[in-house]
Design a protein around this ligand. Structure first.
Ligand code: NAD
Ligand code: ZN
Length: 343
């Protein structure tokens, strides 16, 4: 089967790899019909070469059709049209049973890095797969595998109260999901902080106040527009040291910062002494998509959110390497790239 494979710094190639198979008695084989490229795929792509990962399949945001299930699978059947959770657990421990797969007690690698291929070997199928319900489109289902639950986790973690002030740092795909769902909680103001003008324009269309960090000091700009107080609810949706600093900088005293951006720099520092007097709450962690599905599916079915607006590019899988390049360089107004494995 064909897959997009990691070959080193800024090198993803389309290659033939061994066919995927049902990985265990509780697993399933899914033939993909669509998958997307995530900001998390870019960490490996533009970072230093990781020798251990050379030859690995990229990606973790796929939907498809179940081809075969193992003998222990109960809920999922061949022929089901499914979304594959980006984060998978053993499906049996207390945490997985509570749908918080990111805290699985029994697995080490929790992000399913197999998604950008013609077929996927899905572990713990009953816990990892969502049967795509009526009223949810394929584009929306791809977003349910990872970034819609991630943006929503950021929002939930920030405890937005009606009338509260919100800032979302990073207006990439994950930031867009956080911006859109933050409005469900009745905030008075939502700031979007980024440095890519067209992403800020997209945020503005949602009703957010754009702050261009390449033009102004974003912390000063937010303080100016909040009477010097900052925001009570801040969502960090990018990950680097610079955006984590901005997120703490715009946070009001007594506020809550919820970080979903993935920090990959082991040297990153947070000045706890400076933060002590802020009396703040800080949450950070990996998403458990399953946990958010029961809340997000009805919002999609009732038309209360339209996250599929972020798909700016649809490409055949054979153009996957070009899709990576474009997404990484933020060319051509790209926000999210969808790939079609049948082409
Ligand atoms: P992305 O890289 O497209 O988005 C990041 C955005 O932040 C970009 O628009 C960029 O312009 C902006 N940005 C970067 N540095 C900035 C700076 N100094 N000032 C202002 N803006 C800046 O990627 P994405 O797909 O939106 O993903 C965002 C992050 O979320 C990534 O780190 C990804 O790994 C992470 N992620 C986490 C989870 C989780 O489970 N917590 C799940 C999915 C993705
Ligand atoms: Zn992802």
């Amino acid at each position: 089967m064909r897959a997009l494979v990691y070959r080193g710094h800024k090198r993803v190639e389309i290659e033939n790899v061994p066919d995927a198979q049902v990985p265990a008695p509780d697993g399933a084989l899914v033939r993909t019909t669509n998958f997307a490229i995530c900001g998390s795929d870019l960490h490996g792509y533009h970072g230093p070469v990781n020798e251990e990962r050379i030859g690995n399949t990229m990606g973790h945001e796929a939907i498809g059709e179940v081809v075969e299930v193992g003998p222990e699978v109960r809920r999922i059947r061949p022929g089901d049209h499914v979304a594959v959770s980006a984060v998978v657990g053993c499906g049996r421990c207390e945490e997985c049973q509570s749908l918080i797969t990111a805290r699985c007690a029994n697995s080490e690698t929790r992000v399913l890095n197999l998604g950008q291929a013609e077929a996927i070997a899905v572990p713990a199928a009953d816990s990892s797969l969502l049967q795509i319900p009526d009223g949810v489109t394929d584009e929306q289902a791809v977003l349910l595998t990872d970034i819609l639950p991630t943006g929503y986790k950021g929002v939930r973690g920030a405890d937005i109260q009606p009338g509260g002030t919100v800032a979302v740092v990073g207006a990439g795909p994950v930031g867009q999901m956080a911006l859109e769902t933050s409005f469900l909680f009745g905030p008075s103001k939502v700031f979007a902080i980024d440095q890519v003008p067209y992403r800020l324009e997209e945020a503005e269309r949602l009703g957010a106040i754009p702050i261009d960090a390449s033009q102004v000091d974003p912390v000063e700009a937010v303080l100016d527009q909040t009477g010097g107080k900052g925001c009570q609810h801040v969502i960090e949706a990018a990950g680097p040291q610079a955006t984590v600093r901005i997120a703490f900088g715009v946070l009001a005293h007594g506020g809550t910062l919820s970080q979903v951006g993935a920090t990959t720099d082991p040297e990153m520092t947070i000045n706890l002494m400076a933060l002590f007097s802020k009396d703040l709450t800080y949450r950070v962690g990996l998403v458990s998509p399953q946990y958010a599905w029961p809340e997000l599916v009805p919002l999609l079915q009732e038309g209360k959110i339209h996250p599929e607006r972020i798909f700016t590019h649809h490409l055949p899988m054979s153009d996957g390497p070009r899709g990576y390049e474009m997404f990484d360089n933020r060319e051509d107004g790209v926000i999210k790239v969808m790939l079609d494995p049948t082409r």
